[in-house]
Design a protein around this ligand. Structure first.
Ligand SMILES: [Zn+2]
Length: 277
């Protein structure tokens, strides 16, 4: 996997990252290029890529989150010339499957600027047809090096998936379909009395399941096998602003029962047709 860059549950601490001077020098290069009438293509080449490997991509996300929760966010802004140059194409280094929750604004949480993250958001950060297609597009056609499934503290979708079936049945068919993608992984978590701890465990179980679902896709398997990408889970703690990462096979292990009864199925197949719930 990723060489144990972070232990499970370990809260990252703000660390020195790419020196601010690097950005200033790049900004100066871009300003000089604009002055001499450089083309948009030339301007687009002037920024060094943020990451060239899965390991570098993960480090960049950890460093950005450390800046964010440490109160040192750069809120990277691109110059007007760079913004114009972005029309030539995009080169995001990371793909993130996150929840739609308004408290989890992904670029802000990882302190990233325009054109750096390819994000697909859906309540409960579940893998379904649209999110799978978005992730595969970024992996196959863009120079992304990592896929992150980002769950979060206090997730309303996961909380709803923990409700009794008769309560979930009162929701609209679309909401029920979404919750059905979450129910199998959260219905088998250990009995935990503390509601906050129980919800965290359920969110992490759902993250593990969605990572598993992504890794089952042949296109993703091929990209992992060639070390082009890694698929990693993560948990965003709203109260602190810190993100915990789940990188190793052990971190990402899902309950064996889920493997057996609900492993992978067609996106269009109703879960209730395949899995015990
Ligand atoms: Zn959520």
């Amino acid at each position: 996997m990723l060489g144990g860059l972070a232990a499970k549950g370990q809260t990252p601490t703000p660390t020195p990252t790419q020196p601010q001077t690097d950005n200033i020098l790049e900004d100066q290069k871009i300003a000089d290029a604009v002055k001499r009438g450089a083309t948009m293509e030339e301007i687009a080449q002037l920024r060094d890529p943020i990451a060239r490997t899965p390991q570098e991509a993960l480090r960049a996300l950890k460093a950005g989150n450390a800046r964010f929760f440490g109160g040192q966010a750069r809120r990277p802004e691109t110059s007007a010339a760079e913004r114009r140059a972005q029309i030539l194409g995009q080169t995001p280094f990371a793909v993130i499957l996150a929840c739609s929750d308004s408290r989890v604004p992904t670029e802000i949480v990882f302190d990233q600027g325009l054109g750096t993250l390819f994000i697909t958001r859906v309540a409960g950060n579940v893998v379904e047809m649209g999110t799978t297609g978005s992730i595969e597009y970024a992996v196959n056609h863009l120079k992304t090096h990592i896929v992150i499934v980002l769950g979060h503290e206090g997730c309303g979708a996961v909380k709803a998936a923990l409700l009794p079936a008769e309560e979930r049945a009162r929701e609209t068919p679309s909401i029920q379909a979404l919750l059905n993608e979450i129910v199998p992984s959260v219905s088998k978590i250990a009995k935990i009395r503390d509601e906050k701890a129980k919800l965290r465990e359920a969110v992490v179980a759902n993250v593990r399941q969605q990572v598993f679902n992504i890794k089952k896709q042949p296109a993703i398997q091929a990209a992992i096998a060639s070390n082009k990408i890694a698929v990693v889970g993560a948990f965003y703690e709203i109260t602190s602003g810190a993100v915990d990462f789940f990188e190793t096979d052990e971190d990402l292990r899902i309950a064996q029962a889920d493997y057996d009864s609900c492993a992978w199925r067609s996106h269009l197949t109703s879960l209730s047709d395949v899995c015990e719930t």
